[in-house]
Structure formats: structure tokens, C-alpha cells
Design a protein around this ligand. Sequence first.
Ligand code: KE4
Length: 429
Amino acid sequence: MSTNTALFERAQRVIPGGVNSPVRAFRSVGGTPRFISRAQGAYLFDAEGRRYIDYIGSWGPMILGHGHPAVLEAVQKAVTEGFSFGAPTEREIELAEEILKLVPSMQQVRLVSSGTEAAMSAIRLARGATGRAKLIKFEGCYHGHADALLVKAGSGLATFGNPTSAGVPPEVVQHTLVLEYNNIAQLEESFALHGQDIACVMIEPIAGNMNFVRAALPFMQRLRELCTEHGALLVFDEVMTGFRVGLHSAQGLYARQLPGFRPDLSVFGKVIGGGMPLAAFGGPAEIMQQLAPVGPVYQAGTLSGNPVATACGLATLREIQKPGFFDALADSTRRLVAGLEQAARQAGVAFCGDSEGGMFGFFFGPELPQHYSQVMATDKERFNRFFHAMLEQGIYLAPALYEAGFVSAAHSAADIDATVAAAAAALRS
Ligand code: KE4
């Protein structure tokens, strides 16, 4: 049996950083990543045979838990029928119809293979549909690694972003403006300066890439108004929140509080693939018809709508629609956060948390951050100590203070209680 350390050393010889996605390398928290050999229900098992209660859930997709029988059965049947055809299938129609049934802001949807691809394509579509070039995103929000989105705030609102990654030429991000999340004044000023040139505003409605930060209602309402006033498209990046924070995603939460509220375009991923490579973007038919082969905006993908991935996603979406699914999941997640907060209070540690549906976050600080700089001002050193103390007790949390956590339907009350007990011990250390 190889140890995690041996596997990590071997991996680093053939894969950059030993991982195929940076956050998995534990660089933010330090230490050796766990190489997972299998998973079942709420649990991961690493190469050394250790069991962990899983609060990553593959960064969101595994809302049912690992190895759900209905999903397994659907995928096993699909693979016997064929892995990929490069031709349309009925199941792509079924999945599209299922997604549109649950997302009334969309009349058509295009399936792709990753959240990055979906977000990148949504921006190209917004630019094509409006004939404009500029886009607004918010500091701390992550929409995948397309060049135009790897950008940090410029110096002041009049200036556009600077690349956050090597290999992205400045001219590629010259049309991207980065604002502070929840900052209405900056929204007003940016639209006053650039309103007629803005193709879209892309936002994580609950920012899971800042751990867990909600867009405040007045902010979201003003954002919707300004986009409408200036003819810019409001794009909800629901790759993480989609079918995770509720059956009707984050946009359903805002529509309940702001009657008639809807984004213009939406991006989905993670849960809709159930753990297989599948993502999507969609919106009103008049906008979606701008996409090839009907319209002038090109977008394509060899494995888009892959028959095995659509089987996995469809089985997952059918399960989460069962009566009481999200009530039970939300209760479980709320109990977890309340337990962690209670443990922190008893330990005299500044700590706060929040959750929506099966997604949660927590911070070592006195109050919930409203934007990126407040998130980064929380106690990172304390977070990292807590992360490792929990990992040692068999609790696998997100290995970075800016990442969200995820509970599945497979997490039992005993799992939640065990996690809270481990936190009490970890917070005393
Ligand atoms: P992917 O290309 O990784 O499928 O999706 C990109 C993406 C887009 N939009 C949002 C809101 C996202 O959260 C993501 C990806 N999320 C990260 C977790 N923060 C995936 C984990 C990783 O990068 O390995």
C-alpha cells in the first residue's frame, strides 16, 4: 500500500504540483494531500485506508453522497450503451428539459463539459448578443480559468483589470472591470462611466469562492436595475450554488425576496453532472438563438452532452426533486454550522458561519464578511490549524479558507455530531 506522502512525491514527478487542479495540493493549508482511493456515502477513504467524513463532495457535485444506487444504476446502464457518439441523443433533450423545468429564467440551455467552459461561453454569448466588449466581475468571485476572467482589480474604477495569471496578455483583460462585492457605490460609478459599453456583469450570487459570502438584497436589486437600465446582461454563475443551495438555485432565493427577479443568463455545473464532467449555460431563447449553429456566436465541444455524464446528471437531478430532499439537507447543514458556532463559543474563539441548502462556510472572525478583503482579514493561521486538527480526526474540510463546504444527503445526524465533537476538540488545541 502506497502512503499519501509516497504518492504525492510520485505524482509531483509527472504532474505539475502533483495535482490536476491547484487547490487539491493543500498549498493554502500546508501538509500532504490525501490521495483518495474510494468513496461511499458521506465518506472518503484515502490510500492508507483512513476514512474521512467528506465536506468537499468533489467541490459541490456529490449532493447525494458517493455511490447513490439510482445514480450508479443509471451510469452503469449508460456505459453499456456507449461512451460517446459525437451525435445528438435523446438523453441530452431530457436533461435540458429537466434543467429548464427547474430554472424558469431559462428557455434554452447548452450543455458543455466544465464550469470554465460554460462561463467563458456565456461571456462570449453576452458580448455577441449585445455587441459590447466590457464585462464586470467581483473581487473574490471565481468563474473558472478563462483568460478574460483571470483578472484583479485595476487601480480605481476608471481603469480595467490586470491579469492575475502569467500567460494572460494585458490586452485580454483590458475590458474586464473588477469591483468590490456588495459595493453599490462602485456599481453606480462603473455604470455611469461605462454603462453603454458593458456586455454583462457576472456574479456568484452566493460567493462560494470567498468561502461563503451572500450578495446583499439591496446590492442585488441595484445590480439588476442597473443592468436593465443600461442594456447589460446579468449573468448568474451558479456553477456552485446551482441545485445546491435549493432546488431552484440561488436565483430562486432572490426571486422569492425580489418579486420578478431573474438573471439574463445562468451558468451551471457540478450538481447537474452528479460528479461527471458536465456543465451548462442558458437563458431566454432570443439570446440563446445567437449561438452556433443558429446564430453568429461560435461555441462547440467534442464531449458536450456526453451520454454517460447526462445519465449521471439526470439521475442526480431526479433524486434532489424528491419531496423533503432540500428541507432535510438544509436542516443537516444548519445543524452543522450551529454546532461549530457553539463549539467555538465554548472555546472562546471568534468564529461565525452561514449556510444555504447544502452549502456552508465559516470564518475565524467576529462577523460574516461582506466582501473579499474582509474574508482575507479573517484568521488564516487559526483556520489552517483547525483544518489540520479536523483532518487528523477524520474530518475532511475544504483545504483553503476561501473555499465553501458541502453537506450531502448521505451525511447522517451521527456524522454531523461527530464533526461537531471533533471541532470542539480541535478548537481547544
Ligand atoms: P470548473 O471549470 O472547475 O468545472 O468550474 C469553474 C467554476 C466556475 N464557477 C464557479 C462559481 C466555481 O466555483 C467554479 C469551480 N469551483 C472550484 C472550487 N472553488 C473548483 C475546484 C477546483 O478548482 O479544483
